[in-house]
Design a protein around this ligand. Structure first.
Ligand code: PRX
Length: 657
């Protein structure tokens, strides 16, 4: 079943037909943190705006001298300043008397729970930092983190930041090979992992993949392992190299002074898919990133001291870095950290967590909303969701129907919705409503936040009139922006600043309506968005052709009513190879092995040939038309007009998983 085939519920249909806009509820406006005058202040002098916030909100060891040094496209924010990120996220809250405040309510998938206060966090981060020192990690080193959603994950990240080492967190759904590639690029010295985690009621092994990655990575000296599964999946430990977290961390003293670092000191690298086979190491530094995430967290989510905030993302993605770890902790927020899947043990698990912990602010992806929609209204209706006061959405365009379902069934028409547009590269939310200020329209991320200058331009880089579509660009630096691609300044310049000189090109299409509202239209490059996860078509293609049976492959994102896009692979096999369902299965397994289970193609079609231009370029646009069953677009540049018709004739036979 798909929600495309069934028509929306009558009340949603009515609201859609009305094309309604939603002003913030007056009671919300009266208490909102962010007021409209922030736009004026930031427009007047955006550097002064960020400088004021940096002085007010961050705790500095040395005050910064200059707000911004902009040698386009290379930005340095708050130069001359020093601070420590963990001192800002933990120590200062404990010093201010908030030691007993809960930092995280952790919920394990099997139902085990843990409450971690700021005092607990301070103790455990210092112990973990001392363990890193004992394992030879020093300021400036890189540490790879490959963990499930357990409390030790944010603790490990903070332990790195405490001693000025950079982390690179690799999502647990990536393969050993993907992990090894990132370790190699970052030259990481240590892997922090777990024996595994729980997912959909089953133990998921991580240690074996960490071992395989370590075997390919000469820079790795040790593996630090959290015991999460224990007897459910015993891990093998290599003496001398591998150490258990509970052996080494627990015996450390809980005193490890935070190392003050320069504002521009490397905080982390996070790899993301681009338009080539090699993921890019996005570089984020300390002060600007911390400011950008904490300010937007407080403004966009209207965070108050007694909020219980739940960002239901995985820390392995940027959403978790910025809005589970750094932004919320800098704001001394109480958060929920959930290990598992939304459907385990049942599809009301999330609503149960909201009820149990009295969650006030909930932030999730449209994919999850659409998956919940398929389960119907009864599950959320049976739970007490009255604690909720604000809802957020991130990761992909939210269709108006999903927006309205969220509004009616989760927000119960009481809660403003903030649809937040941003990226791994931007570090912080850039386009979003301010919940006490902005009238929202379902499906629009509304306007750039104070201090942010966004525009929609045509292929010449000229601003398009309101009502028209084009490319989304950013015209000014912002504090949490990426500082580059790790080790590759030329690629940074070419990828983001080369298409439209002087402007950051996000890779997204967008349109502004006649009221100036921004509507995000999805990627305009070869990047897919599958369930809010960014996956490169070219990365999947190169994994497929890496298999000996495959001569050529082309991958497109096929529109999907739940996951936004689904991966559709067209494969041409070598002359001596027979195609079969078994081979289709084997190719999917191969992609999972090379990249990770998240990149397995949902559809796989063997084709005798692929449509190419006369210069040999695969025409993915036509393949997308085929995958989505549309009339074919312009085929005049095809070298062989017949190929695409042959493929189309066979498209119905695509193997679907
Ligand atoms: O295409 C946009 C989409 O997700 C891309 C960024 O992906 P990633 O770096 O993985 O970060 C995801 C979480 C911040 C963007 O280029 N995207 C993200 N948020 C939205 C969105 N598309 C539409 N609306 C959004 N709110």
């Amino acid at each position: 079943m798909t929600n495309e085939q069934s028509s929306p519920a009558p009340e949603i249909e009515n609201l859609m037909a009305e094309g309604r806009a939603f002003p913030p509820p007056p009671a919300f406006v009266a208490q909102a943190n962010a007021k409209a005058d922030l736009y004026l202040e930031a427009d007047d002098d955006y550097e002064a705006f960020w400088a004021r916030l940096a002085r007010e909100r961050l705790t500095w060891r040395t005050p910064f001298k200059r707000t911004l040094e902009w040698d386009a496209p290379f930005a340095k924010w708050f130069t001359g300043g020093t601070l420590n990120v963990t001192e800002n996220c933990v120590d200062r809250h404990v010093a201010a008397g908030l030691g007993d405040k809960v930092a995280y309510h952790w919920v394990g998938e099997p139902g085990d729970t843990r409450t971690i206060t700021y005092a607990d966090l301070l103790r455990e981060v210092q112990q973990a930092a001392n363990a890193l020192l004992e394992l030879g990690v020093r300021t400036g080193d890189r540490v790879a983190i490959y963990m499930p959603m357990i409390p030790e994950l944010p603790i490990a990240m903070l332990a790195c930041a405490r001693i000025g080492a950079a982390h690179t967190v690799v999502f647990g759904g990536f393969s050993a090979e993907a992990l090894a590639g990132r370790i190699e690029d970052a030259q990481a010295k240590l892997i922090i992992t777990a024996d595994g985690g729980w997912r959909r009621g089953k133990p998921v092994d991580l240690k074996t993949a960490a071992d395989e990655a370590a075997a390919q990575s000469p820079t790795v000296e040790h593996i630090l392992v959290v015991r999460r599964l224990g007897d459910a999946l015993p891990a093998s430990m290599t003496p001398g190299r591998d150490v258990w977290w509970h052996d080494i961390v627990t015996r450390q003293v809980a005193d490890c002074p935070p190392v003050p670092v320069d504002s521009e000191h490397l905080l982390y690298i996070l790899y993301t898919s681009g338009t080539t086979a090699k993921p890019k190491g996005i570089v984020h530094t300390s002060a600007g990133y911390l400011l950008g995430t904490s300010v937007t967290h407080e403004m966009v989510f209207d965070i108050k001291p007694d909020d219980v905030y739940w960002c239901a993302a995985d820390i392995g993605w940027v959403t978790g870095h910025s809005y589970i770890v750094y932004g919320p902790l800098a704001n001394a927020t109480t958060g929920v950290l959930y290990e598992g899947a939304p459907d385990t043990p049942g599809w009301d698990r999330w609503w149960q967590i909201v009820e149990d912990y009295k969650v006030t602010v909930l932030y999730m992806a449209p994919t999850a909303i659409r998956a919940f929609m398929k389960q119907g209204e009864a599950l959320p209706a049976a739970r007490d969701l009255s604690s909720l006061r604000l809802l957020g959405s991130v990761g992909e365009p939210i269709n108006p129907e999903a927006w309205l379902w969220y509004h009616l069934n989760i927000g119960r028409e009481r809660c403003p919705i903030v649809d937040t547009w941003w990226q791994t590269e931007t570090g912080q939310i850039l386009i979003s409503p301010l919940p006490g200020v902005t009238e929202t329209k379902p499906g629009s991320a509304t306007f750039p936040l104070p201090g942010i200058s966004a525009d929609v331009v045509d292929s010449n880089g000229d601003s398009v009139p309101l009502g028209q579509g084009g490319y989304l660009v950013l015209k000014r630096p912002w504090p949490a922006m990426l500082r580059g691609i790790y080790g590759d300044p030329d690629r940074y310049r070419a990828t983001y600043w080369g298409r439209f000189p002087g402007m950051y090109f996000a890779g997204d299409g967008a349109k502004r309506d006649t009221d100036g509202y921004f509507w995000l239209l999805g990627r305009v490059d070869d990047v897919m968005n599958v369930a809010g996860h960014r996956i490169s078509t070219i990365e999947v293609e190169s994994a497929l052709v890496d298999h000996p049976a495959v001569a050529e492959a082309a991958v497109v994102g096929k529109e999907d009513p739940v996951t936004g896009q689904a991966i559709f692979a067209f494969c041409t096999v070598r002359a001596d190879v027979e195609t079969s369902d078994e081979l289709a299965h084997e190719l999917r397994e191969h992609v999972a092995k090379v990249i990770g289970p998240i990149a397995r193609p949902r559809y796989l079609l063997f084709t005798p040939d692929l449509p190419k231009t006369r210069s040999g370029k695969i025409m993915r646009r036509l393949l997308r038309d085929v995958a989505e069953g549309r009339a074919l677009g312009d085929t005049t540049t095809l070298a062989d007009q017949g190929v695409v018709e042959t493929i189309r004739a066979g498209a119905g036979r695509a193997d679907e998983e």
